[in-house]
Design a protein around this ligand. Structure first.
Ligand SMILES: NCc1cccc(NC(=O)c2cccc3[nH]c(C(N)=O)cc23)c1
Length: 232
């Protein structure tokens, strides 16, 4: 997160850190006791290895009550996700067991209504992604508020040049923005997860390249189908 600040500890008990060999790779969030939603692009450099999912954390390194690392039973990228664009950039992770819910570990409901978030709505995004252009990684969860940019604005040829589909949405990226390692985290508007951070053009903090997110409502049926098929 560029231009944000340290989050109030444990005010986002849905937040997950997707890790490989103890290293934070991507964000994610708990959508059910045994399921985390993240971004498919997060598996690009994992060489087929399964993530481990850290829940209940504020600091990535300090011991904290209720902080727990879960193994993953299955990782299901959306079938439409690919390495060439940001389409269908969602990843479902089934934990080896149900997460133990408490005041530091909670499920976050996601938007199921198909209506766009109004441009100008101020939403918030949190993550352990880089906090400087030189790539400094924070130990503690960061957050930032960002206004939603209309799809038309975002699709302007000097911005994302008509690559933003109805299944995506954008936020203003002037100075304050998501960055490397924030992918997979939720964009929360009025307490509901509306979308998932995608790396998009991989640029951070440049107002010409607004932050891009995968809207969740268009994928509610896929999410329910996968969770239902692999339950039990
Ligand atoms: N704001 C949009 C946004 C949201 C989430 C992730 C990112 N970016 C990256 O995942 C990324 C990946 C690889 C090299 C990179 N270098 C940089 C950089 N130096 O800015 C970013 C990256 C950008």
């Amino acid at each position: 997160i560029l231009g944000g600040r340290e989050a109030r500890p444990h005010l986002r008990p849905h937040m997950a850190s997707l890790q490989l060999d103890g290293e934070h790779i991507c964000g994610g969030f708990l959508i059910a006791e045994q399921w985390v939603l993240s971004a498919a692009h997060c598996t690009e450099e994992t060489d087929g290895k399964l993530f481990q999912v850290l829940l209940g954390a504020h600091s990535l390194t300090e011991p904290e009550p209720h902080k727990r690392l879960y193994r993953v039973r299955a990782q299901i990228p959306h079938p439409g996700s690919n390495v060439y664009n940001n389409e269908d950039d969602l990843l479902l992770l089934q934990l080896e067991e149900k997460a133990e819910l408490n005041e530091h570990v909670q499920v976050l409901p996601f938007q199921r209504e198909q209506r766009d978030v109004a441009a100008g709505t101020v939403c918030e995004v949190a993550g352990w992604g880089t906090v400087t252009h030189s790539g400094r990684r924070p130990d503690r969860l960061q957050q930032v508020e960002r206004p939603v940019l209309s799809r038309d604005e975002c699709n302007h040829r000097t911005r994302h040049d008509h690559s933003i589909t109805p299944n995506m949405m954008c936020t203003d990226s002037r100075k304050r923005d998501t960055c490397k390692g924030d992918s997979g985290g939720p964009l929360v508007c009025n307490g509901v997860a509306e979308a998932v951070v995608t790396a998009g053009s991989r640029v951070c903090g440049n107002y010409k390249k607004p932050g891009i997110y995968t809207r969740i409502a268009p994928y509610a049926a896929w999410i329910d189908r996968v969770m239902g098929a692999l339950s039990g």
